[in-house]
Design a protein. Sequence first.
Length: 128
Amino acid sequence: MKLHQDQSGALNTVTAYGAGYIEINAQRHEGALKVTPEGQIESWSVAVIDDFDPAAVSELLAGKPEIILLGTGAIQCFPLAETLAELYRSQTGFEVMSTPAACRTYNILMAEGRQVLAALMPLTSDPE
C-alpha cells in the first residue's frame, strides 16, 4: 500500500508497505526493520512475534526512544507479559499494533517531532 509522501525534509518517512517489505523515503527494505526519524534504517532479526524476547526489548531500548511502536505483521499480536517487563520498568511509552497501523502512527509521531522508534515485522501478504 502506498502512503502519501510527507515533505519532512531529511526525516525517515514510511512511504509504502506490502508483503515482505517496507519502503522508507521511497527506498524498499525487505523483511523486518527498525526505523527512527533520523539515522540509519536497520534490519531487525525479529520477523515474527515469537522471536520478540527480552534481548529484542533491550535492543529497542538502547537508543532511549520516547516511544516504541511494535508492528507485529498483518494483525496485532501481543508479546508475552514477561517479555514486556523490561519495557514497563523503563517507563518508555510503547504501543503494540499491526504493522500497517504502526507505519501510519510512526509517520504522524515523526512529523510531530517525537523521538519515536518503529520496530516493524513484515507482512506475509499484501494488506486488503
